[in-house]
Write a protein that binds this ligand. Structure first.
Ligand code: TEU
Ligand code: CA
Length: 537
């Protein structure tokens, strides 16, 4: 399977399959649609794809509620379609990562159906069951990310079960060895089918505090606010229970051993915790025998990433997680698209995309990011996300970044579907459609292609070390170095031109980027919102 280290510094394109390309007119994207559009992805020059869940599911959380880990939901196609997808992706030189949701299943999963029946069936211990307090209330104060108590009463078994997300997403009990074994079998099933790695959903939620102690960090107003999502409700990081969950480290080592049997496999664990997430990541990737990398939320939070913030974040990562390897993203299927979240002009979006694609770490791009798409306002009548429905209007949910991909301005529904799309095709996206940008050398699409090609042409940018030179509110510069080669990268985030001195050394401008700048007299003049790159002679 080639270079075992291919994932270090890779650019991975995230596909949200429901919204990528529909081929049978039911308004929902499918695997055949992904196959059809793989050449577009390959044309970006990325190294691989991560496909959000396509497994059998009642779709209450749009696939993150799995009822059969080893089959494709008929809505998306068949296992045969998946085999064809892998084959075509590999022909195009793209690695394929799938999204394993191991922390919880759907309540429709046969494991849960069996487990809920009694306290002594073969799978009775596969989920987290607990008796009520003497007054009948839930066993403790834990909250669900999607609102309300994390405990749901089950009238069949006459006990509460734990759900960190929807009521229909019961948490698996990782303290039960048989559960771990069954999930490793799932990973093996897909490795045998030829996948190149896994994105591991909510990897820091796998194991719960066996003692079920109350979360001491929870504020009473968080418990009572039924109108807004709680901030870090389960709050592992402030919890009495060790934030890294010692039992999880052992599970991740077992998973790693399995992946290593196959060679050239990678894993990226979602650690959705920005406060102390890096310490957790350090543990999860320590010693090269747990995860390969973690998916970091530093740039998925709401604040605009100043030069100071970027420099500090990357520096801190190296200090805290020195064995680790970061995986950064600006956008995904859970958060508002970054162009809107940070209120960026196209120029500022480009310079920040330049920053992302110059970072030490791997990079995930979310479908449509290469087109410069903005967040869509989805009206309440069209809302699909249960999380949004629950907290509307304080929180409008995640549909605004999940609307269909605009492929062709001149076709019905932007070329996404011949039927009624499950979420409306945003009219304002049509002018950004792939066919509009395809042959325009000044387009966002051309920008991303050139910037990705530039990144790949410099091993120092793909794999090199990171050393911050300057991190200011509106300016950032750093040096990436690998095997004796150094690249100096400078970014002007302001609306004023700026004179940038070159660091000591014999530097030469690299013109292979989509940015403009002038090199003269040992320094660089950076126009507003431009970046410059220099290599050593
Ligand atoms: O998300 C985990 C996660 O941290 C999210 O709850 C996030 O905080 C939330 O979506 C608000 O933006 C993963 C998946 O990415 C998400 O789509 C699933 O709904 C969730 O797990 C449950 O499986
Ligand atoms: Ca379809």
């Amino acid at each position: 399977r080639g270079d075992p280290d291919w994932w270090r510094g890779a650019v991975i394109y995230q596909i949200y399959p429901r919204s990528f390309q529909d081929t049978n007119g039911d308004g929902v994207g499918d695997l055949a649609g992904i196959i059809h559009r793989l050449p577009h992805i390959a044309s970006l020059g990325v190294d691989g794809i991560w496909i959000s869940p396509f497994f059998r599911s009642p779709m209450l959380d749009f696939g993150y509620d799995v009822s059969d880990y080893c089959d494709v939901d008929p809505m998306f196609g068949s296992l045969g379609d998946f085999d064809a997808l892998i084959q075509r992706a590999h022909e195009l030189g793209l690695k394929v990562l799938i999204d394993l949701v191991l922390s919880h299943t759907s309540s429709q999963h046969p494991w849960f159906q069996e487990s809920r029946q009694s306290r002594d069936n073969a799978r009775s211990n596969w989920y987290v069951w607990a008796d009520p307090k003497p007054d009948g209330t839930p066993p403790n104060n834990w909250l669900s990310i999607f609102g309300g108590s994390a405990w749901e009463w089950d009238g069949e078994r006459m006990q509460y079960y734990l759900h960190n997300f929807l009521i229909d997403q019961p948490d698996l009990n990782f303290h039960e060895p048989a559960v771990q074994d069954a999930l490793l079998d799932v990973a093996r099933f897909w490795l045998d089918r030829g996948v190149d790695g896994f994105r591991l959903d909510t990897v820091n939620f796998y194991v719960h505090d066996k003692q079920l102690r109350d979360n001491p960090a929870l504020k009473p107003e968080e418990i009572n606010d039924k109108t807004a999502p709680a901030v870090n409700p389960y709050n592992f990081q402030n919890h009495l229970y060790d934030k890294t969950q010692p039992e999880n480290l052992a599970f991740l080592t077992r998973l790693r051993k399995l992946m290593d049997e196959y060679g050239a496999i990678t894993s990226v664990g979602e650690v959705g915790e920005s406060q102390r997430g890096m310490e957790v990541q350090a543990e999860y990737t320590a010693g090269n025998d747990r995860l390969h990398m973690c998916y970091d939320f530093a740039f998925l939070a709401n604040a605009f990433p100043s030069g100071t913030y970027v420099a500090d974040t990357l520096t801190r990562f190296d200090e805290i997680a020195s064995d680790g390897w970061a995986c950064w993203a600006y956008s995904n299927h859970d958060v508002p698209r970054y162009v809107s979240r940070w209120s960026l002009t196209p120029q500022l979006a480009q310079v920040l995309a330049g920053v992302l694609l110059s970072m030490r770490g791997s990079v995930c791009l979310y479908q449509g990011e290469e087109l410069g798409l903005e967040e869509v306002y989805v009206a309440y009548e069209d809302l699909q996300d249960p999380y949004g429905k629950r907290f509307w209007p304080k929180f409008r949910g995640r549909d605004g970044c999940r609307t269909p991909m605009p492929w062709n301005r001149d076709q019905q529904n932007g070329g996404f579907s011949e039927g009624k799309p499950w979420l409306p095709m945003a009219v304002e996206h049509l002018n950004h459609a792939v066919n509009v940008q395809e042959d325009d050398p000044d387009s966002m699409l051309a920008f991303y292609r050139q910037m990705i090609a530039f990144r790949k042409s410099h091993p120092a940018i793909v794999k090199g070390s990171f050393e911050a030179v300057a991190g200011e509110e509106q300016f950032l510069s750093f040096i990436r170095a690998h095997d004796g080669a150094r690249v100096f990268c400078a970014f002007n985030l302001s609306d004023k031109a700026r004179r940038v001195p070159l660091p000591a050394g014999n530097w030469m401008q690299d013109k292979g980027t989509p940015f403009t700048s002038t090199f003269e007299d040992g320094g660089i003049t950076l126009p507003p919102y431009q970046a410059a790159f220099a290599v050593e002679r």
